[in-house]
Design a protein around this ligand. Structure first.
Ligand code: GLC
Length: 550
């Protein structure tokens, strides 16, 4: 048994968690203050989004100094204090490592611009094509081309994300050494985990060629060199310890690569985030569209990843929410009429799968998208670019806004809702981004709905620790063509855990296969009162239930 199978990780977006200074921005002291809340929830580790020095063009994913704390979040002393204080609560820290690119304000980029050859080799610089056009036709993930002029040198630098996020040249051994130093720096401070940002993009090929699709993802994602670089990173840094948990954020990856990244025999990472299950409400694979989610596709993807990763000895990070996603409750449920059922059903679906669950701040109290009325409420650079692209395509303002409201990453970045006070108790100042109006009835301190959801999360978290079948059991998808229920069974040492998750409000029936009947069936958790397992099993709105069979 590896050391992460029974763990639950809580993601904190520091900017929006708890502000203790009144500057409207959450800070490290805010995390310290809320440690009792996190201990009470039962989580083991906190993943903190980037708090390093940064111009914040992409909310800290544009790092200007990897070994620093941005003053807006506090000081290095605060960080050291956090490590110690968290430890007292039985919680360890996972840091976000943004190693694919730096901010263009990073000293390396600035020195490169001034002509220092050493630092020019830190980035990916290319000449234009002979006809003067960009080195390749690849698109930036945040819209527009992925190349920008490198000062007045006539060359271009690659930026797969914002123009202020320059991709690093991992083929250069000096760059790799710098990255290892960064990881080791934080390890020495007592950090026990790392989340590696878009890490499957680091192994780019030597030659840069045009993409057939004019986008280029397939030319730079999951390239073979990525695995070599990860093995080297492992060897030179966290692999020297035996209790470090690592997770790679894998953009557009495959099960085959997922296995390679996370099978312990390959000494790469503990587990990976994949995103296919969160694209089932994209029309024709396009994010900036509106479409109801495709439930059959959702089930098929979850099943494929569960089965494939298990067969190959890989390990999944389990999640619905993070700082890049609209709130899952708003996407896959009914937050108006069934807020508790929706939140608990989604939680149970994930938490009882094979993998390590991640809870994103606010998820445990049922936070939703804020439904901001106008564009000026949104802060995210990707969102603003998308709005302008939608307008350019000819969409009227209100139609574009409907898409933005449903899809913006800011949906997941609104301040944590602590209570009914002004700004939900997040800050005494003016928050950097507006609080969702529903903090009056969805919040930690005074909401019955939130309390019920939180209690359910606590039970799910405890179950993973109490029942080995949850942390270690095999997975098998069943009744995969049922129109409204995602059912699966976990199996371990002769026991079975049957989990039924109903994704709709209209009641339905599940025909329970005979193999699960005529056994001793103990209901261990559910969101709809006491239930007994029977052949024609009726499920209510967003009902979830799990039976242990012996
Ligand atoms: C990851 C982060 C996202 C960021 C991007 C570029 O996808 O989660 O927030 O914008 O990488 O660093």
């Amino acid at each position: 048994m590896t050391h992460f199978q029974d763990k639950v990780i809580y993601q904190i977006y520091p900017k929006s968690f708890k502000d203790t200074t009144g500057n409207g921005i959450g800070d490290l002291q805010g995390v310290i203050r809320q440690l009792p809340y996190l201990e009470d929830l039962g989580i083991d580790m906190i993943w903190l989004n980037p708090f390093y020095k940064s111009p914040q063009r992409d909310n800290g994913y544009d790092v200007a100094d990897y070994k620093s704390v941005d003053p807006m979040f506090g000081t290095m002393d605060d960080f050291d204090q956090l490590v110690k204080a968290a430890d007292k609560h039985g919680i360890s820290l996972m840091l976000d490592m943004v190693l694919n690119h730096t901010s263009t304000e990073h000293e390396w980029f600035q020195r490169a611009l001034k002509g220092e050859k050493k630092y020019q080799d830190y980035y990916i610089l290319r000449d234009p094509k002979p006809d003067g056009s960009l080195p390749t036709n690849w698109a930036s993930k945040f819209g527009g081309p992925s190349w920008a002029p490198f000062g007045d040198t006539g060359k271009y630098y690659l930026h797969l994300f914002d123009v202020t996020q320059a991709d690093l040249n991992w083929r250069n051994p000096e760059v790799r050494q710098e990255m290892f130093d960064v990881v080791n720096f934080w390890l020495e401070k007592g950090v026990k985990g790392f989340r590696f940002d878009v890490i499957n993009l680091i192994g780019k090929d030597e030659d840069y060629v045009d993409a057939d699709d004019g986008v280029g993802k397939y030319l730079y994602t999951d390239r073979p060199l990525t695995h070599d670089f990860l093995q080297e990173l492992n060897r030179e840094t966290f692999g020297k310890y035996d209790d470090i948990i690592t997770v790679g954020e894998m953009s557009s990856t495959t099960v085959e690569n997922g296995v390679k990244y996370s099978n312990p025999d390959r000494d790469e990472l503990s587990m990976i985030f994949s995103f296919h299950h969160l694209k089932v409400d994209y029309k024709d694979g396009e994010k900036w569209t509106l479409a109801p989610f495709d439930f059959q596709e959702l089930k098929q993807i979850l099943d494929e990843w569960q089965t494939g990763m298990s067969d190959g000895g890989g390990w999944n990070a389990l999640f619905w929410n993070n700082h890049d996603q609209p709130r899952a409750n708003s996407r896959f449920g009914d937050v108006e009429n069934y807020p508790v059922e929706t939140a608990t059903m989604l939680a149970q679906t994930m938490h009882l799968l094979r993998g390590t669950p991640y809870v994103y701040q606010g998820e445990e109290i049922g936070m939703t998208n804020p439904d901001y009325p106008e564009l000026d409420h949104f802060v995210d650079v990707e969102t603003h670019n998308a709005y302008h692209e939608l307008k350019e395509k000819g969409l009227p303002h209100e139609e574009a806004m409907n898409i933005i409201r449903a899809k913006s990453r800011d949906n997941g970045r609104t301040p944590m809702q602590w209570n009914t006070n002004l700004h939900a108790g997040f800050t005494e100042g003016t928050p950097w981004i507006d609080v969702a109006p529903n903090h009056t009835h969805i919040n930690v301190e005074n909401s019955k709905v939130s309390q019920e959801i939180r209690d359910y999360y606590k039970r799910l978290i405890r179950l993973r620790k109490e029942l080995p079948i949850v942390s270690k059991g095999d997975y098998r998808g069943i009744l995969l063509d049922h129109p409204s229920v995602y059912a699966y069974v976990r199996e371990w040492e002769g026991q079975q855990l049957l989990v039924l998750n109903h994704f709709y409000a209209e009641p339905d029936t599940v025909e329970i296969p005979d193999e699960f009947l005529n056994k001793e069936a103990e209901m261990i958790i559910g969101n709809s009162g006491e239930r007994t397992l029977e052949k024609e099993f009726q499920v209510g709105p967003y009902e979830t239930v799990a039976f242990l069979l012996k």
